[in-house]
Structures are given as structure tokens and as C-alpha cells.
Design a protein around this ligand. Structure first.
Ligand SMILES: [Zn+2]
Ligand SMILES: [Zn+2]
Length: 104
């Protein structure tokens, strides 16, 4: 009887291990960024329009409130390439592939 219980425990442990392998935790750094539309991009400053504080100073308080503000460089912290080189990857993923002809 004792031997039988031990065998059951072993089997259950084995099943648990298999289940864990089938559901691996998704790595955090593969979060998908949705590419923006050309009209959502500021082609002058190479930033998303909703975070281009050069074009719209009114965005600054909102970014500060969202804790996404780099006071040192005057840009959204999440897009500050001088503070975080990885921000370039984010910008490359966000930047629309098609540049409108009338964009300056
Ligand atoms: Zn701009
Ligand atoms: Zn910065």
C-alpha cells in the first residue's frame, strides 16, 4: 500500500512538470508595439505625435502625470534614446513604414 501511494505521488509530480512546460511564462521584453499610422507620426521630430512635446507643449503635464517624462532631455522618458538606448527599438517599431509625400 505504501509503495502504491509513493508511485501515485511520483506520477502526479510528473504530470505537474509536463503542464508547467506546456505553459511557459511569456518573456516580458517581447511586448508587441503597434505600428502607428503616418498621420499619427511627427516626421519633423521623428516621434509619435501624441508624445512630440516640441510640437505640442501641452503634452508635457500629461507625460509628467503618467510618470513618463525625462526632465533632463525634455522628452517622454519611454522614448528618450539618450537615457535608454532601447528606446530606439521602440521608435523603430512605432514609426510608420510609409512616409506621406506632404510630410516635411
Ligand atoms: Zn514634432
Ligand atoms: Zn533622457
Amino acid at each position: 500500500m505504501i509503495r502504491h501511494l509513493a508511485l501515485c505521488a511520483l506520477l502526479l509530480t510528473g504530470i505537474d512538470a509536463i503542464a508547467a512546460e506546456e505553459n511557459p511564462a511569456a518573456p516580458a521584453d517581447t511586448a508587441k508595439v503597434e505600428r502607428l499610422k503616418p498621420e499619427q507620426w511627427c516626421w519633423t521630430h521623428d516621434l509619435p505625435k501624441d508624445r512630440c512635446t516640441t510640437c505640442d507643449r501641452k503634452l508635457i503635464p500629461a507625460l509628467k502625470k503618467a510618470n513618463d517624462w525625462c526632465a533632463e532631455h525634455g522628452i517622454a522618458e519611454s522614448l528618450c534614446q539618450r537615457c535608454d538606448p532601447k528606446a530606439k527599438t521602440t521608435l523603430d517599431a512605432l514609426r510608420p513604414t510609409e512616409r506621406p509625400k506632404d510630410a516635411k
